[in-house]
Ligand binder design. Structure first.
Ligand SMILES: NC(=O)C1=CN([C@@H]2O[C@H](COP(=O)(O)OP(=O)(O)OC[C@H]3O[C@@H](n4cnc5c(N)ncnc54)[C@H](O)[C@@H]3O)[C@@H](O)[C@H]2O)C=CC1
Ligand SMILES: O=C(O)C(=O)COP(=O)(O)O
Length: 526
């Protein structure tokens, strides 16, 4: 049974799902050295923001197949190392969107009405109405940095409160911003015009220290900034300084460069600064959402199925993935088959999506074909995560074409593979029930389901050959399950495809090649 290590607190609903297929150990708060020691026995890790999955941990995780982040940000995972090692990294892109957006709004209103300090004052037995006079957000300008899922939800809520919206997001179209009632501006304008600024961008090398002493100096003295995205996007020392000097009116932070926060100039400031301990995703609803979402993906991957939100495999909407899943299997099977026909090194793959398949997103299908193609050489080391990198590093040229006009089947896939000395092509399709059929080999029409043990021959179409092969296999005690011959012209060349119950015994291939009229013979294991 596979083993999953849960390193941060996650909802029981996720643990229940994982337990269907794996032994689940919950060990939260392990120091790195301890994690490096225990990780070799685990097939999967499930984490939140509390665990940093470093290169050292991933490299020690010799069995690791998947790292599941029960949340959005994967900046605490060394994704490039995971990718190189073929470890899938998944997250839950939408599970905590609402929770994080509502927390940002809560912080904005808390800042404008001094709610945390007012609450504390009443609890201390005081009644200080004058001290806590606030300001309204109505008709004030909210500057949203990052108009993705969380930023968009914040925009909707802020709009409903009558705020004016401006946004900075270089990857969002003006039409999308328009739909959300936002005016796209550059970062300088956003800093200058906003009464409130809220950050909803990932932490990347470009966004680190995006808000620094220089940019803070552009803000209005009445303006406030909220960071519910990631620590390290704001220079905390510069922010503390700006608040202290009255250069800006206040700030609310949920995330910090180092967590837990510990000693910081921010904790010494008064009611102008509100600090929460990374609570953006901490709602009952969000925790169930992300735990279930990520646990289901870990379960699927451990069962050999694709993950729907892998951050290091080409993204595909779950519905599209569901529809494409049988074709991924087809592509992988054909890749595996044709690589065995070619025999050794592969120089190029020409992949053609035909019929209705031509209208589909090709990238996952190409990756599946490459995975199949490399599986003989790399075995379980190759997967959907690293197949493209492995192919690239081996210098395999990939050419993709589409032909919607080919209507021999509803949708079919053609793979042409060139090696240094041999070149082969196969086509396959799916039947109504999703069963795979190999429909051509080197241009010869056949109709064969893939089988664990197969024999492919190329021969001259002449009487007696089929009988001879049959007797030869019989003399080696090989049981034939099915046999098919495909030809283009009578007494020209033909292919023969046999499915057999057991692997071919040693030496038999040499005997087959001696049969007059046989030009080529290959065993294939699928
Ligand atoms: N405090 C908390 O507990 C939580 C924090 N988060 C953080 O919130 C961030 C945003 O999450 P989502 O909205 O779901 O992500 P998203 O991917 O939907 O949106 C991010 C947006 O940022 C934009 N962006 C990227 N680089 C940018 C740059 N240099 N300048 C301006 N815009 C840029 C992107 O175009 C995208 O529209 C996450 O990366 C995560 O770090 C997410 C959930 C909970
Ligand atoms: O989802 C995110 O990116 C978050 O920051 C939430 O972090 P958490 O899972 O609450 O440790």
């Amino acid at each position: 049974m596979p083993k999953v290590l849960v390193c941060d607190p996650i909802d029981q609903a996720g643990i229940d799902i994982l337990s269907q297929v794996a032994q689940v150990d919950v060990k939260t708060g392990l120091p790195v050295e301890e994690l490096v020691k225990v990780v070799p026995e685990y097939d999967a890790l499930m984490i939140r923001s509390g665990t940093r999955v470093t290169q050292e941990i991933i490299e020690a995780g010799v069995q690791l197949k998947i790292i599941g982040r029960a949340g959005v940000g994967v900046d605490n995972v060394d994704v490039p190392t995971a990718t190189r090692r073929g470890v899938i990294v998944v997250n839950s892109p939408e599970g905590n969107t609402i929770a994080a957006a509502e927390h940002a709004i809560a912080l904005m209103l808390s800042l404008s009405r001094h709610i945390p300090d007012a609450n504390q004052s009443v609890k201390n037995g005081q009644w200080e109405r004058k001290k806590f006079v606030g300001t309204e957000v109505y008709k004030k300008t909210l500057g949203i940095v990052g108009l993705g899922k969380i930023g968009s939800h914040v925009a909707g809520a802020a709009k409903a409160m009558g705020m004016k919206l401006i946004a900075f997001d270089p990857f969002i179209s003006a039409e999308r911003a328009d739909q959300l009632g936002c005016r796209l501006v550059d970062m300088d304008i956003l800093m200058q015009e906003s009464d409130y600024i809220t950050l909803h961008i990932p932490k990347t090398p470009e966004t680190a220290n995006l808000i620094n002493a220089q940019s803070l100096a552009k803000m209005k003295p009445t303006a406030r900034i909220i960071n519910c995205a990631r620590g390290g996007i704001i220079d905390e020392a510069a922010l503390a300084e700006a608040v202290k000097n009255g250069q800006i009116a206040g700030a609310a932070l949920d995330v910090y460069a180092n967590e837990p926060l510990g000693e910081s100039p921010l904790t010494e400031l008064g009611k102008e600064v509100i600090l929460t301990p990374h609570l953006g995703a901490s709602t009952t609803e969000a925790q169930v959402n992300v735990a279930v979402d990520v646990a289901e993906q870990i379960r699927d991957v451990l069962l050999g199925l694709p993950a729907r939100s892998a951050v290091n495999i080409p993204g595909l909407h779950p519905d599209a993935l569901e529809q494409l899943r049988p074709y991924l299997q087809l592509a992988e099977t054909l890749g595996n088959l044709v690589s065995q026909l070619v025999g050794g090194r592969v120089e190029s793959l020409n992949i053609r999506l035909q019929g209705e398949l031509a209208n589909n997103q090709s990238q996952p299908i190409v990756i599946a074909a490459l995975k199949g193609l490399l599986s003989r050489a790399l075995r379980e080391r190759v997967n959907y995560v690293n197949a493209s990198i492995e192919a690239q590093e081996r210098g395999i040229r990939v050419i993709e074409t589409r032909d919607a006009s080919i209507r021999d089947y509803k949708g079919s896939l053609l793979l042409q593979v060139k090696g240094p000395s041999e070149e082969h092509e196969v086509t396959g399709t799916l039947l109504g029930d999703g069963e795979i059929r190999i429909t051509t080999v080197d241009g010869f029409p056949i109709n064969v389901p893939p089988n664990q043990h197969m024999l492919f021959t190329r021969h001259r179409d002449m009487p007696g050959i089929i009988g001879k092969i049959g007797s030869l296999l019989g003399s080696f005690n090989v049981n034939i399950a099915s046999m098919q011959v495909g030809r283009q012209i009578v007494r020209g060349d033909a292919v023969m495809v046999l499915t057999i119950d057991d692997p071919l015994p040693e030496g038999i291939l040499e005997e087959i090649l001696k049969v007059p009229g046989i030009r080529d013979a290959n065993t294939v294991m699928l």
